[in-house]
Design a protein around this ligand. Structure first.
Ligand SMILES: Cc1cc2nc3c(=O)[nH]c(=O)nc-3n(C[C@H](O)[C@H](O)[C@H](O)COP(=O)(O)OP(=O)(O)OC[C@H]3O[C@@H](n4cnc5c(N)ncnc54)[C@H](O)[C@@H]3O)c2cc1C
Ligand code: SF4
Length: 433
């Protein structure tokens, strides 16, 4: 008998293959040319546009929307890529509802922003179907090592290559892309887009990627410093915060397995899944568990709903996907076949347990309570991240850092891109001064 959502324990193939394929289809399908023209027409092309200020990479949004409106989407894409070479991925994964679209004057006036993210995708898809649009400056003879092939490392490498430097990227994982490849929810980036984007980005030339090399094991910072003119670290947050609940799995590892699976019907998922956490990772893990066919998925968050890091839009996505959000519920321990949660209240003296507990059935518990820096390689740290000043300068001369591993960001793809790009500009200025 085939498995169903109510098959007890952990089981694969709870839904037929067609249902799973439909569940994991593109969350925001591309706009047609007509839809894009209508969406672009809603832009006021504001002077001092607040959407630009709200974008961590400062894309000239009214300019690219005007370029779409005048029928030149490829010019629009060039406007985007000049600021954000991973504009294709950002169009798919940016929480626009808390960035550019939240700031859009049409959101304030009518509660309906211009669809900036989807317009960005329309433009970038058009140009990414063509050969790489940027050319390199003449070779400078300088060599830079980039550690980490995630958004920060890739953006840094591309900008350095454009300036004529020779870049080698080292990454511990078998594939490049960082969390674009191993973390982002499958329905946000369908069809191997992360690898296609890396390929397209490498079209600039002058960048080599060496996978399967881990700083701290196969490479040392001293050796890289000796061999290269500069080093950029974009190593993300590879460590996981432990939940302390027996049998709990890391939600990021669950998502990575899902992203790498050739056949999602072969992935086991619990009948009753409990996800602990309140951020984007928690929502992504919960929604994907439900899409794989779990019968019940509960997202338990220890504080009130308004304190969740996941945006209201993401919370709604969870709810409409059939995930129950249980706020003010903190994990306390295991029960036979389940998990005990202590109810909490947020008062003036902080978070307190009320004394009430509830027990939920749980065949699978996923912990999404944040990642942490794996190692700092002797560099100064602050608040658990590599301390940087200016455009990513670390405590060690000749070594820059950016993205999730460095202080100052907000752990978003677009911010990692901005920091990688800005560090590259600073490295270039240093190497050529
Ligand atoms: C599950 C999940 C879902 C997310 N969803 C979204 C989303 O929808 N939208 C959004 O904007 N943001 C999202 N984020 C956040 C976003 O993915 C990160 O902010 C972004 O990827 C950070 O980029 P980065 O380059 O700094 O690090 P990463 O993407 O983490 O890349 C770091 C790279 O460094 C490599 N590395 C690590 N240590 C070493 C070492 N010692 N030696 C060599 N290589 C090493 C890793 O293998 C990796 O390839 C999500 C994060 C997670 C965990
Ligand atoms: S704020 Fe909205 S209307 Fe104004 S330029 Fe930006 S996208 Fe257009």
């Amino acid at each position: 008998m085939p498995n169903t959502p109510s098959t007890p324990g952990l089981a694969a193939g709870r839904l037929p293959a067609e249902a799973i394929a439909e569940n994991f289809a593109d969350l925001h399908p591309p706009l047609t040319p007509h839809e894009a023209a209508v969406a672009a027409d809603r832009c006021y092309f504001c002077h001092d546009a607040p959407c630009i200020t709200a974008c961590p990479t400062s894309i000239d949004i009214p300019l690219f929307i005007r370029q779409i409106a005048t029928g030149t989407p490829e010019a629009a894409a060039k406007t985007i890529f000049e600021q954000n070479i991973l504009g294709g991925m950002c169009a798919r994964v940016c929480p626009t509802e808390t960035l550019c679209e939240e700031a859009c004057v049409r959101e304030a006036a009518e509660g309906e922003p211009v669809q900036i993210g989807r317009l960005q995708r329309f433009a970038t898809d058009a140009l990414m179907a063509k050969p790489h649009p940027f050319a390199r400056a003449p070779e400078t003879g300088k060599r830079v090592a980039v550690v980490g092939a995630g958004p920060a490392g890739l953006a840094c490498a591309h900008r350095l290559a454009m300036k004529g430097h020779a870049v080698t990227i080292y990454d511990a994982k078998p594939k490049p892309g960082g969390l674009n490849e191993y973390g982002i929810a499958a329905y946000k980036t369908v069809g191997e887009f992360a690898q296609a984007e890396v390929e397209w980005l490498l079209g600039i030339g002058g960048i080599g990627i060496i996978n399967g090399k881990r700083l701290g094991a196969d490479l040392s910072l001293d050796a890289l410093k000796a061999e290269y003119d500069a080093v950029f670290l974009g190593i993300g947050l590879a460590g996981v915060n432990a939940l302390g609940i027996e049998g709990a799995e890391d939600a990021v590892a669950f998502i990575a397995a899902l992203r790498q699976a050739e056949d999602k019907t072969a992935l086991p998922v619990g009948r009753n899944v409990v996800v602990i956490g309140g951020g984007m990772t928690a929502v992504d893990a919960a929604v994907q568990a439900k899409k794989l066919g779990a019968e019940t998925v509960t997202l338990a968050y220890r504080r009130g709903r308004e304190k969740m890091n996941a945006s209201r839009w993401e919370q709604d996505l969870a709810a409409t996907s059939g995930v129950r959000i249980l706020a003010n519920a903190a994990p306390k321990g295991r029960a036979e076949g389940g998990i005990v949660l202590a109810m909490t209240a947020d008062g003036p003296e902080g978070l307190k347990e009320t004394g009430e507990t509830i027990t939920l059935e749980a065949d699978q518990i996923l912990a999404a309570i944040g990642q942490k820096l794996d190692a700092a390689f002797g560099l100064a740290t602050e608040g658990g991240k590599i301390a940087v000043t200016g455009a990513g300068r670390t405590s060690l001369s000749g070594v820059w850092a950016g993205g999730d591993c460095a202080t100052g960001g907000d752990d978003l793809t677009v911010t990692a891109v901005a920091e990688g790009r800005d560090a590259a500009e600073d490295i270039h200025a240093t190497l050529t001064s």
